[in-house]
Design a protein around this ligand. Structure first.
Ligand SMILES: [Zn+2]
Length: 612
């Protein structure tokens, strides 16, 4: 019997329902949920969820726990799972949900539940006649104060026929929300950051042109009307103004930690004034080594030291305890070279504009070194990379290298994550996505341990599925040079127009061995309907990827000679496939439609809504 307070919060109610449904899936037994004043005294074995009188009598004071922390105690005939909770929607990343994290921890440990991908099929619950809650008494807090994998549900396309119908989108998006919370995505307190000064020119350009970048022409501000611009970060009045505006907005009664957003706009640091230049350190010898020649970085000046001094300047003017947030990005990504010392009240988002997976060993080491060197300044760091936008819906696997970077960051002071974005191609990129999600909960687990959990859910096909994704990971790694070159040749963006390159990087013959491996997987299963359904899910994803690669050959903007009829035929086939399979959860079709917009020659018909 589950026992809650008489008036449980939404988080506690949801946590109780999650516990009931997973235990039912494991055992066939549906636990009853009772309010404590009505609990049946004849049932002695109780699972107490969330704050209640009984929990307080047991000496657990959830009010004294750290944000999002929970107590998991199994003693005699009772299980206590009670945490620091907020009052909001349990699926909202900003709702504190310690009790929910406690339920997931217990389901993970004692029931062996694994959340492979969103939805019922991806929810792996080993069947059992007996669930044993092992004796324990622990208080557990999340290791990272923010754990964020952006949901990727905001992609909007000019050609929505390639995406989801609205009902299918709702299902996809709802199931992903549940999944992300099952992997404990959320945060202990709000923190605001992001390109901070985008509207300053319009507001302040006339009165304070000196706050803005000095152009080679001698003018201040954007180099064209409505163009992007960077700031004159050495200007101490500008630094002072940032603090003043933050202070004016900050509630005097605020109880959460204060963060001042000082992330440069979405552009290189370009101020050419003497004061800014005087702050710059010497460019490292390998400064541009890992950027392609067409990168915005080509020919840029190395300006990390000026930005480090900018953040420090703001932090020194800010009230004590307040944290200044900046991005290490573009030409201020590589760690400073002047020996500047920062401190933990400076929080830096690590946002490389190169370093896509798979990397060469040398490039991977270089990327890690930048993290280590920023950490060496004394600042705190969070992961704010865009690398997960890569790969389209292809079987593009880099789980081991990703895990290595994550482990390195954890060892060297990572305090939060914000990955942009989850593109949700669960059937073709499952090992990547499971690794990303799982490491947020088990940061010490090796890539092989994490992946072993994933493969085990395929029952008798576990080994074959491991070989299948091993094939794709080797394929991805082995094609690194070809990927980089093809992206250059076709002027394709890793995050925005991968659809141009799919047919070159995934020609028909690369799919054949993979299809054989999945057939072997299916035949290794025997009488396990769930494992068979999971392998069929992978097959469906692969079939779709193969189709997308084929359509890419016909429609790719830079190479296509397709006429109207050929375009129509290719799109008809693809759209029919997506309509037929949009409830399968294999991937985020709205993401694909967004990529395909900029990748392909598309017909007017594709501009229609996907809805009938
Ligand atoms: Zn300047």
């Amino acid at each position: 019997m589950i026992v809650t307070a008489d008036h449980p919060s939404r988080v506690v109610r949801y946590a109780s329902e999650e516990l009931v449904s997973h235990v039912e899936k494991a055992t066939g037994l549906r636990l009853e949920i009772h309010a404590e004043s009505e609990a049946n005294a004849a049932l002695p074995t109780r699972i107490y969820i969330g704050d209640s009188h009984a929990v307080r009598e047991a000496g657990i004071n959830v009010g004294k726990l750290a944000a999002e922390a929970f107590v998991l105690r199994v003693k005699d005939d009772a299980v206590f799972i009670a945490g620091n909770d907020g009052g909001g929607d349990p699926l909202d990343a900003d709702t504190l949900a310690g009790t929910l994290w406690g339920v997931y921890e217990w389901l993970d440990r004692d029931v062996g539940v694994r959340w492979l991908w969103p939805g019922e099929l991806g929810t792996h619950v080993p069947r059992t006649k007996t669930v044993v809650a092992k004796t324990c008494d622990e208080t557990i807090s999340p290791r990272l104060f923010q754990r964020r994998l952006r949901a990727g549900t905001g992609f909007i396309s000019e050609h929505p026929a390639l995406g989801f119908t609205s009902a299918a989108f709702k299902q996809f998006s709802d199931e992903q929300s549940v999944y992300l919370r099952r992997h404990r995505m959320g945060r202990s307190y709000p923190v605001s950051y992001g390109h901070a000064f985008t509207d300053w020119w319009e507001k302040d350009g006339k009165a304070h042109p000196e706050w803005f970048q000095l152009l080679e022409s001698g003018k201040r501000g954007p180099n064209k009307k409505n163009g992007r611009f960077s700031m004159c970060v050495s200007n101490t009045d500008f630094q002072h103004e940032i603090v003043a505006r933050w202070t004016a907005k900050r509630s005097p009664n605020a109880s959460t930690p204060g963060f001042i957003n000082a992330c440069e706009n979405d552009i290189l640091g370009l101020c050419t004034c003497e004061k800014c230049r005087a702050l710059d350190g010497a460019a490292p010898g390998d400064y541009l080594k890992f950027y392609p020649p067409t990168s915005k970085m080509a020919g840029s000046r190395f300006v990390s030291d000026r930005y480090a001094r900018f953040w420090l300047g703001i932090q020194q003017q800010a009230p004590q305890g307040v944290t200044v947030v900046g991005y290490a990005y573009f030409n201020y990504f590589q760690a400073p070279t002047s020996g500047i010392k920062l401190n933990p009240n400076i929080l830096i988002g690590y946002c490389p504009s190169a370093g896509w997976f798979p990397r060469s060993a040398e490039e991977h080491a270089w990327m890690k070194q930048q993290w280590a060197d920023w950490r060496g300044t004394g600042a705190r760091l969070f992961m704010r990379s865009n690398h997960l936008l890569d790969g389209y819906c292809m079987p593009f696997i880099f789980a081991h290298q990703f895990a290595d970077e994550f482990h390195h960051a954890m060892e060297k002071g990572m305090v939060a994550t914000d990955y942009d974005s989850l593109t949700g191609h669960w059937a073709t990129q499952g090992p990547n996505l499971y690794t990303v999600a799982r490491l947020h909960v088990r940061p010490e687990a090796s890539a092989d341990e994490v992946l072993a959990e994933y493969y085990a859910a395929f029952g008798g096909a576990a080994d074959a599925v491991k070989r299948y994704f091993g094939y794709w990971e080797s394929y991805t790694t082995g094609n690194r040079e070809k990927i980089n070159q093809t992206m250059e040749t076709l002027q394709a963006s890793r995050w925005r127009s991968w659809g141009k390159a799919a047919y070159v990087l995934y020609p028909p013959d690369c799919f054949t061995p993979a299809e054989k491996l999945l057939e072997q997987a299916l035949s290794a299963i025997g009488n396990d309907a769930e494992a068979a359904a999971r392998v069929k899910f992978l097959q469906l994803g692969l079939q779709h990827a193969r189709l997308c690669a084929r359509v890419s050959a016909v429609l790719t903007l830079v190479t296509s000679t397709a006429d109207k009829n050929e375009i129509k035929d290719a799109l008809d086939e693809l759209i029919a496939f997506r309509r037929a399979n949009e409830r399968s959860g294999i991937g985020n079709f709205n993401h694909l439609a967004w990529v395909e917009d900029l990748s392909w020659k598309l017909s007017e018909e594709a501009r229609r809504t996907a809805d009938p």
